[in-house]
Design a protein around this ligand. Sequence first.
Ligand SMILES: Nc1nc2c(ncn2[C@@H]2O[C@H](COP(=O)(O)OP(=O)(O)OP(=O)(O)O)[C@@H](O)[C@H]2O)c(=O)[nH]1
Ligand SMILES: [Mg+2]
Length: 805
Amino acid sequence: MRNYTTQRVHQLASIKHVSVLPERRRQGLLYPFSSLEEHLSSQVSQKEFKTFHPSLEELRQAETLFTPSSKHSIDYSTSAVRIDHVPVLKQPEVCFMGRSNVGKSSLIRALFSLAPEVDVRISKTPGHTKKLNFFTVGKAFTLVDMPGYGHNAPRDFVEMVEPYLQERQNLVRTFLLVDGGAGLQKADLVAVEMCEEFNLPYVLVVTKIDRTRQGALLALALQLRDFIKNQTSTCFPQPFLVSSVQFSGIYLLRCFIAHVTGNLQLNTKQSIISATSRLESTPSALEDPTSSPIHFIMFANMCTPEPTCPVNSTLCKGRSCLVPRDTFNDTLGLVMSTTLTIMLAMVMFSMGCTVEARKLWMHIRRPWGIIIGFLCQFGIMPFSAFALSLIFNVLPVQAIVVIIMGCCPGGSSSNIFCYWLDGDMDLSISMTACSSILALGMMPLCLLIYTSFWTTGDAIKIPYDSIGITLVGLLVPIGLGIIVKHKWPKVAKKILKVGSVVGIILIIVIAVIGGVLYKSSWVIAPSLWIIGTIYPFVGFGLGFVLACIVGQPWYRCRTIALETGLQNAQLASTIVQLSFSPAELELMFAFPLIYSIFQLVVAVVAIALHQAIKRIRGGTVAEEDGEGRQSTVEDHDKQSYALENAGFHSDENGNTGIKNKGTKISKDEHWITEELLPNLERRGPPFLRLCLHSRDFQLGQDIVENITDSIYASRRTLCLVSRNYLGSNWCSLEMQLATYRLQVEHRDILILVFLEMIPSRLLSSHHRLARLVKTRTYLDWPRDPEMHEAFWDRLWCKLSSNKTN
Ligand SMILES: Nc1nc2c(ncn2[C@@H]2O[C@H](COP(=O)(O)OP(=O)(O)OP(=O)(O)O)[C@@H](O)[C@H]2O)c(=O)[nH]1
Ligand SMILES: [Mg+2]
């Protein structure tokens, strides 16, 4: 088949593409009633909904009529506002009427989707179509788009439409459209009355079924069936269900139009299945089942004896019962979500135990990290979602779910992963909290900007309550954790150990349960799979690059990358569930799941690599990660050692490390483990390698030898001056060695850091040190926490610099 059109044809416009889709989806598009069937009691007759039921081959044949070619053009012909302006045409005609905004023009556009150059104008503003617009389909038939009645209808609506319906000789069928969400309205009843009065053969078409929940749609279908049966005489017994956005029912309607305009003969016995069983006594109706609606009313009334409804059925109306869905999944879902919420709160509590209120406050007062995170979260992520949707040309509804995912704030899993990746916990938590708060305003804005390409902005509901719950769920336990860390640091360490492991288990459990609960939605378009796979990488990568560009230290780059790539998938699922109908959900619901699983995979791989690299770098795991940090402190407690002096030395990769030795218990130990190690080792590249006396000193070797070896193997010696240090036995030996290297080897390896104010009388008794203080610059540990960052920057620059002479 030659593609006559120059414009892009929607991928679902043709049955060719539909027939490769999974069975369930294909059936839903070709015969939309099939997705409602499963909810009907088996004792309820479904024949009224399958009165017109052509085969796939017949649908294909009908499609050729809607495919333009050089000999068969489909085009807008003319418009008319009065009956004497309407074109004189011989070919059969069908017209579309209904309330304004019901979707008449959209339906015609969908029917003509194989000829996208045909200009059918639609608008979300009711009353857009003001004239009778005629479209010709070759010489086969004409199709008329009518103005809508009701809100904003043209003033001369009645003068324009009534004579047309009454006098148009070649009008073979009127399609009366009813909004699936609103059902039959008073104005529709007036239109029905008019058709009945003029004795017009007409058909009820339910539009926008993609926006209607299945329960409501089934109830409407049953209501219409009974309405047609009991209150109409010229209406076709089967209501048609369509979605012009998703193309559901469009192929069936094309076939019906082709048939009623006399362009397609059907194999009646199969196409009109409900008739065959009832027509034994009236075979004449078989000849043209659609020509006389009266016959169908007769058949429809010849029902089998009324069966009793199943015990659990609801919405019983005559023989029509709605059997409730199996709620096992719902119950399981509720139990699981409650359990998981409690577990999540506990994990967040333990994450809070890593946060120091002082540092958190510092991030909020100097919010560079947060600003970068904000740019990534609400700049990069939504834009890349938009770009990926365009590149992969996904369905509008699928593009919207990808963008929703991109607009979501960071999830709590980022905090757990950040912990395992030795990121900056304070930054991670402040970023998650800030992005969740900002999401209240930024999400609607981003959705409005990006989704308006595919949909009207008001089609998506932002579940503010669920964002609020997420926030409370995050902030309350984290706040409690911060209090515990502040008041009972040792208890906080224990809670943290349990919480970090539970956190990882929790994430895996959520992924597995999500996959099992929603297994039916795994069959989705390959393009969504690809986007779900690429997207976390895009998020991690771009977040990391941006953080590097603005010169954030290595461990913060990791944190920002995590916060950017790890979206709150739970929130995305909630928004999607709240905003879309089940039919749409089937096309898109798996995306948040796929995304969560891939972000989980990427993060787990990154953690594994990070931990492995740490081990390879010389067994520094215990000092570097959070949990390890705790165990180191405990080890020190047990051994009653303090860390007073340290030297950095390069490893074979050019990295540096610390050698240190212990003398006696001091408060400096706390400073080294809590401040020095995390702030220096997590920066990089280049990475600094830390060695502790408890780990690096040779067992059994003389302590003086150990000190000498470690200072000589170091690139730098960092001398932390405190009262404790000055009082230690090793102070003068270390000073001697360090100054020896300075004076004799001319290697400037010594860096002095004063941890506290030392009175000059105390210093003067250490003449080497006193001389050094007079002749060289040194660093003071600032008391003001706001100055800490600058202190670490200076120290790190000095330590990582290669200049030693
Ligand atoms: N979700 C969804 N939206 C639809 C569907 N059909 C139409 N719409 C939307 O409904 C709005 C009105 O569509 P139109 O086709 O212009 O409606 P109309 O009946 O021609 O309206 P008037 O010309 O004003 O009488 C537009 O915003 C469409 O995008 C559908 O099947 N699904
Ligand atoms: Mg219109």
